[in-house]
Design a protein around this ligand. Structure first.
Ligand SMILES: Cc1cc2nc3c(=O)[nH]c(=O)nc-3n(C[C@H](O)[C@H](O)[C@H](O)COP(=O)(O)OP(=O)(O)OC[C@H]3O[C@@H](n4cnc5c(N)ncnc54)[C@H](O)[C@@H]3O)c2cc1C
Length: 449
């Protein structure tokens, strides 16, 4: 029997690969390029819609630990990300085109995977995996709403602008990585320094700038969650929304100057906008933390007030989008299958995992579980001491009233008595070592046959 996977994004591609590698015939349905989501820009599989960074690569960071585990579990997408990596300090940032191309090449050349470009408008029969992401098509969203007896939530999130490297004014901007004081005019990041007066002018303009009104379907009240209240990912709030929280909100957030010295003044700037490389060739950079819903004209006007970006050329403006996810703790069991339809699994943002690496992780788990379901093998039950296991445990057991998509974080891991006296850095090291050892044992006992 064939496994249907709907959605060729991060989670769907990982899930399809994992199932196919276990000998299952997979049919992967992706609606792009026939129908786009509004945020995706290409017809490629596994497109990164916003940042080109998959987060930290350091094992004593939650996201770095998750990636280390995914490497142990032989994740295709992390493998492709590693192969497409570009310099980004301790983070795993990729050339987005190369990354997508690598994933697509792997899937199209796999003998067990068939890819069909088509929008699926109905809930599939089992065995299947729903991995249609935060921008699930309107037709399928409506079916999901009915299928889940209106337990289907949604909210909003925004993407950052991308600019041309050649248009940055290096008489003002300088290269430096935070806290790397030894290197002058070197580093992966480009920094645009503000003094206090220019920061104030910029802040006022940002708060007053014109925003794009929400689409009708985005402002409808759905299941008691009023989209007009504009609930965003905490980590991905539009810069203008963060700015209006108070004069210092940006100074402690994306514009924090700590760890940076302007080589021209020898002092720490009042505020700093950081630019991160977006492509391997280094011709494009994105404005870190500048997800926005301003109109394009206002983005051009206000962001050119940033020192060093006076004449900047925009390759892509920021945007804001609908974001869809299910009430997973109520609807899904710990294999990521629906209670009401065994054999129908959910993966990615739709299941309530968050962040690129988190969505790859739930794709991997759903893919293996769907394969085991078909092959009559016991489901994957990763130890909750691992970041992957803890994430899946959280989304399937969390308090439903306050449930929101969850990314990797150390707070999800059980905290045995022995760590209580340890300093934070030692505690994280302990968590990481314990997770990787427990995962290694689990793989040896449950996944090698
Ligand atoms: C605008 C935006 C910006 C984001 N920025 C970041 C970020 O910077 N960093 C980060 O870590 N996370 C970010 N996220 C969150 C999340 O990590 C990404 O959205 C991630 O791509 C989700 O993975 P996924 O596999 O669940 O969905 P996707 O990668 O979106 O894949 C879903 C796929 O399903 C397809 N599809 C949808 N409906 C259908 C249908 N009916 N039939 C067939 N195919 C369908 C879509 O075309 C898409 O290719 C962002 C989310 C959004 C919406």
């Amino acid at each position: 029997m064939k496994l249907t996977v709907i959605g060729g994004g991060l989670a769907g591609c990982e899930a399809a690969w994992q199932a196919a590698e276990r000998g299952v015939e997979v049919v992967l349905h992706e609606m792009r390029p026939i129908l786009s989501t509004g945020a995706h820009r290409t017809g490629k599989l596994a497109e990164l819609v916003c940042s080109n960074s998959l987060g930290s690569n350091l094992q004593n960071r939650a996201s770095g630990l998750l990636k280390a585990e995914l490497r142990q579990l032989r994740s295709l997408l992390i493998d492709c990300a590693d192969a497409s990596a570009i310099p980004a300090g301790g983070a795993l940032a990729v050339d987005r085109e190369q990354f997508s191309d690598r994933v697509e090449d792997k899937l199209t050349s796999h003998p067990k995977i068939d890819i069909i470009r088509q929008e699926i408008q109905t809930i599939p029969l089992s065995p299947a995996i729903l991995a249609t992401g935060p921008l699930t098509s309107q037709n399928l969203s409506e079916k999901l709403l009915a299928f889940t007896d209106h337990e289907h939530l949604f909210f909003f999130d925004a993407i950052a602008p991308v600019i041309e490297y050649g248009s940055i004014n290096f008489d003002v901007a300088f290269r430096a990585d935070r806290y790397d004081y030894d290197k002058i005019n070197e580093g992966d990041y480009i920094n645009c320094p503000f003094d206090k007066d220019r920061y104030q002018e910029f802040l006022n303009a940002l708060i007053q700038a014109k925003r794009i009104p929400l689409q009708t379907f985005e402002t409808e009240i759905d299941d008691g969650v009023d989209a007009g209240t504009e609930t965003y990912f905490q980590r991905c709030q539009p810069i203008e929304v963060l700015a209006q929280k108070g004069e210092r909100a940006l100074l402690f957030g994306p514009l924090r100057p700590v760890g940076l010295i302007d080589p021209r003044t020898g002092r720490r700037p009042y505020a700093v906008v950081q630019l991160r490389q977006d492509t391997l060739t280094g011709d494009l950079y994105n404005l870190v933390g500048f997800q926005t819903n301003l109109t394009h004209a206002e983005q051009a006007r206000v962001f050119r007030m940033i020192p060093g970006l006076e004449n900047v050329k925009f390759q892509r403006f920021g945007q804001m989008h609908r974001n869809t996810y299910l009430a997973a703790p109520k609807l899904l069991d710990n294999t990521l299958a629906f209670h009401k339809q065994p054999g129908l699994f959910v993966a990615g943002q739709l299941s309530g995992t968050e962040g690129y690496a988190g969505n790859i992780a739930s794709g991997l788990v759903a893919g293996i579980n769907a394969a085991h379901y078909l092959l009559g093998k016991p489901p994957l039950q990763l130890p909750v001491t691992t970041m992957t296991g803890a994430l899946i445990h959280y989304i399937t057991h969390a308090e439903i009233k306050s449930f929101q998509p969850m990314k990797a974080m150390f707070g999800l891991l059980p905290d045995p008595d022995q760590t209580q006296r340890l300093k934070k850095i030692e505690r994280y090291k302990f968590y990481a070592e314990r997770a990787l050892t427990d995962l290694d044992n689990y793989i040896k006992h449950h996944l090698t046959t």
